[in-house]
Write a protein that binds this ligand. Structure first.
Ligand SMILES: Cc1ncc(COP(=O)(O)O)c(C=O)c1O
Length: 448
């Protein structure tokens, strides 16, 4: 590990370089500060390792252009929202056509029939609903799971993230379930009805489900928000067996792991969820998410007493499934998320993975690389983590931020959260090679 002092000096140099080369972004940041909290319309935009935000002029394919006329190979891709590239042509075209014919109407259009069939074919679940965000979709499926099982508890894995869903913003501290630090104004104790166990720990999972009080396990095929933690062989089989044995619904959140292939990790690995959620990139970057359920869960939902005053089931937001989102969703499902697109993404992600591994070997660095299809993650630990706690322990925020800033100054954009790199259908081999060259020079310069 580099010495703290030397790392700080390198970061200082790179910060000056960023300031020197981004005068227009600086100017806009100063002007924006008057009327936006933190100077930006959404506070996550301040999570980049930058002294002021980078202002975007345009984003096309896998390239992002800023207001200072600099361009970047974009491996962040809107933190997955633009996984299929910025403004994929079929989505832009469908949006332009629909925009002149109504944006939202609280009514379905003809294409909804086709979309339902396309979702079913892709993910293998017969019955669907739409929301605006994956957060909303997760909130909905947890509500429905509690409603149909009549149970109050839910279970998530330590280190998970499923959006700003209160009951999932929890973690394990010394074996105890706690609300995550830093939550602003939670409505109550976020941990009150949530159980948390470590990923890949089937024994702990069995114990947590044993009393038959857990409505649902909500999980990703792999943890992708605390570095990357892949499932150990057999873990998903045990998860499915245990949830079935205890009458607990299994919800798979494919929002990030859609990177695994056309039907996400569920289809690639033959998982058998009772409910499935996917958001972010599913409509090419337009606000849109979907959730699907099995025929059996559908029947249980339909058997619920219909005594909710209309619109007060606690499910939904007004703009869900608006006409524009439907247009984008259909275009993305049928013309963008193709087998050919995924083949390209997989091949270039493999190139990046192997290139990074070779680089680590050359420099004898005890780090590692993990991958789920188009999603690549560099981890600072010597071995891949087996759970959220191990993954968190291997993180080094200062090193990470310095590395990201260094890469950004040279035209390679990583997501501000851990070391995730995403490959789109538009990411060229040359962009991957440029990223590898920038990593090479970063590692050569990192002190120690
Ligand atoms: C696995 C997973 N599910 C759900 C969400 C929430 O997505 P959104 O912020 O679009 O609501 C995220 C966000 O990062 C996520 O990583």
């Amino acid at each position: 590990m580099p010495s703290a002092q030397a790392l700080a000096a390198l970061r200082e140099r790179e910060l000056h370089e960023f300031e020197r080369t981004h005068p227009r972004s600086l100017q806009l940041a100063q002007q924006g500060a008057a009327h936006w909290q933190g100077g930006v319309p959404f506070h996550w935009m301040r999570d980049w390792p930058l002294p002021f935000p980078l202002f975007v002029r345009a984003a096309q394919g896998a390239t992002l252009h800023d207001v200072d006329s600099r361009s970047y190979d974009d491996f962040c891709l809107g933190d997955t929202g633009a996984m299929f590239g910025h403004s994929p042509e079929p989505v832009s075209r469908a949006l332009a056509q629909q925009a002149a014919q109504g944006l939202t109407a609280m009514l379905p259009g003809e294409r909804t029939v086709r979309i339902g069939a396309a979702l079913s074919e892709r993910f293998g679940l017969p019955c669907w609903q739409m929301t605006q965000t994956a957060t909303d979709a997760n909130r909905s499926v947890l509500r429905l799971a509690r409603a149909v099982t009549g149970r109050s508890e839910v279970l998530v894995f330590n280190g998970c993230y499923h959006g700003t869903v209160d009951e999932t913003l929890v973690c394990l501290v010394g074996g105890q379930v706690r609300a995550r630090a830093g939550l602003r104004g939670p409505p109550g104790n976020a941990a009150a009805h949530t159980r948390v166990v470590e990923f890949n720990d089937a024994a702990a999972l069995a114990a947590a489900l044993a009393d038959g009080q857990v409505a649902a396990v909500l999980c990703e095929p792999a943890l992708t928000n605390m570095g990357m933690v892949l499932p150990q062989p057999g873990f998903h089989d045990q998860l499915r067996r245990l949830t079935r044995a205890h009458g607990t619904l299994l919800i798979i959140d494919e929002t990030h792991t859609l990177s695994a292939g056309p039907g996400g990790g569920t289809r690639r690995d033959g998982l058998e969820p009772d409910m499935l959620v996917c958001g972010k990139a599913i409509a090419g970057g337009m606000p849109c998410a979907v959730y699907g359920v099995t025929g059996a869960v559908r029947a249980r939902i339909e058997a619920l007493p219909d005594d909710a005053e209309h619109g007060h089931s606690g499910l939904g937001t007004t703009l869900s499934a608006n006409l524009l989102a439907l247009a984008a969703l259909e275009a993305c499902l049928t013309e963008v998320m193709t087998a050919g697109a995924f083949a390209h993404m997989e091949a270039q992600a493999l190139r990046l993975e192997q290139g990074l591994e070779a680089l680590l070997r050359r420099r004898a660095l005890p780090w590692h690389v993990q991958r789920i299809g188009a999603r690549v993650e560099l981890g600072f630990g010597a071995a891949p983590a087996r759970n959220g706690s191990e993954s968190a322990a291997a993180m080094d925020p200062k090193l990470e931020r310095t590395l990201h800033l260094y890469l950004l100054n040279r035209g390679t954009l990583l997501t501000p959260f851990h070391n995730m790199m995403l490959i789109s259908p538009h990411t060229a081999a040359a962009a991957v090679d440029r990223a590898l060259a920038h990593f090479e020079s970063a590692l050569a310069e990192l002190p120690g």
